[in-house]
Design a protein around this ligand. Structure first.
Ligand SMILES: *[C@@H]1O[C@H](CO)[C@@H](O)[C@H](O)[C@H]1NC(C)=O
Ligand SMILES: *[C@@H]1O[C@H](CO)[C@@H](O)[C@H](O)[C@H]1NC(C)=O
Ligand SMILES: *[C@@H]1O[C@H](CO)[C@@H](O)[C@H](O)[C@H]1NC(C)=O
Length: 269
């Protein structure tokens, strides 16, 4: 009796600690994709004080990109039940105005409290939505079977090591073999698909990505790191809006997608 009461207590405690269900995050992500596809932000379950950012700028959600109907060719999403957050990367290659858009949401009590999008289009870093669609749709980011899942800590550390290595080439990065990077519309895994083509050289010093936020999904085996990328855009020395979306399998990086916004064409490079 005492034991069963104890277990009931534990079950309640862990339910209370679980910030969100996967199903609720999937529902909100589907609603977002529907809202963007139809240009109707009213389809979103928005909280009273929702914050909405497009490429780091605060925008009125009723006037932003969500009011444009965008034909979505492909999407890939992460559900972070611990942080009560979701992430989706959509590729709109056949839309009249092509885009690749990385968005994260935060939820509380089933309502969206924060939306943040990194919106790439023509002129952004290596942008080519057609190529993005070709390569992302060929990749396999299937759910990781439960016995093979990495912990949040391992997934997050793999992504962080990759970003840290740009400033310090001695940081060990758990690249897998193979590993492929989709950077804008450039794919490193094209010519030698069975090797690790993800390795990134050091950037000129000093270089450090200070501002980072994360959406982590153990079942999806991936992390999306929203960050301010310094150096690349000469007009934005403190950093430009960027996302690194990293798939990890057995502790090793399998795929990396980078979406980076430029203030000037191709960041002036
Ligand atoms: C998003 O992708 C899923 C499959 O992964 C698909 O079922 C769904 O229709 C897509 N949503 C949109 C709006 O394209
Ligand atoms: C929204 O913001 C207003 C003004 O800051 C505050 O009074 C209100 O309590 C907030 N509502 C919620 C649901 O957080
Ligand atoms: C960069 O950051 C520094 C320190 O916060 C600030 O003083 C400077 O104005 C920023 N520069 C730009 C171009 O935003």
């Amino acid at each position: 009796m005492a034991r069963s009461l104890l277990w009931t207590g534990v079950a309640f405690a862990s339910q209370a600690a679980a910030a969100c269900t996967r199903a609720s995050l999937q529902e909100v992500t589907a609603a977002y994709l529907q809202a963007q596809a139809s240009g109707k932000p009213s389809l979103l379950p928005l909280g009273a004080n929702v914050t909405y950012l497009e490429n780091d700028a605060t925008v009125d959600i009723a006037k932003g990109l969500l009011t444009q109907a965008i034909a979505i060719d492909f999407n890939r999403s992460l559900y972070d039940t611990e942080a009560c957050a979701a992430f989706t990367e959509l590729t709109a290659a056949t839309n009249k105005h092509p885009y690749v858009i990385d968005t994260k949401f935060l939820l509380a009590d089933g309502k969206i409290t924060h939306v943040e999008s990194v919106i790439a289009d023509d002129g952004d870093w290596l942008f080519n939505a057609k190529n993005h669609l070709t390569y992302t749709s060929k990749e396999s980011w299937d759910p990781i079977p439960s016995a093979k899942r990495d912990t949040r800590a391992v997934i997050k550390a793999a992504g962080d090591a990759y970003l840290d290595s740009w400033g310090d080439g001695k940081v060990p990065v758990p690249y897998g073999t193979p590993c492929a990077r989709l950077e804008g519309g450039i794919y490193t895994g094209d010519k030698t698909p069975t090797t690790n083509t993800c390795k990134m050289p050091e950037f000129p010093q000093p270089f450090k990505i200070v501002k980072r936020s994360y959406v982590v999904d153990e079942e999806g085996g991936a992390v999306a790191i929203f960050n301010e990328f310094p150096f690349i855009d000469k007009t934005k020395p403190n950093g430009t809006a960027s996302v690194n979306f990293v798939r990890v399998e057995g502790g090793k990086i399998r795929y990396i997608h980078e979406t980076t916004v430029c203030a000037t064409k191709n960041c002036g490079r």
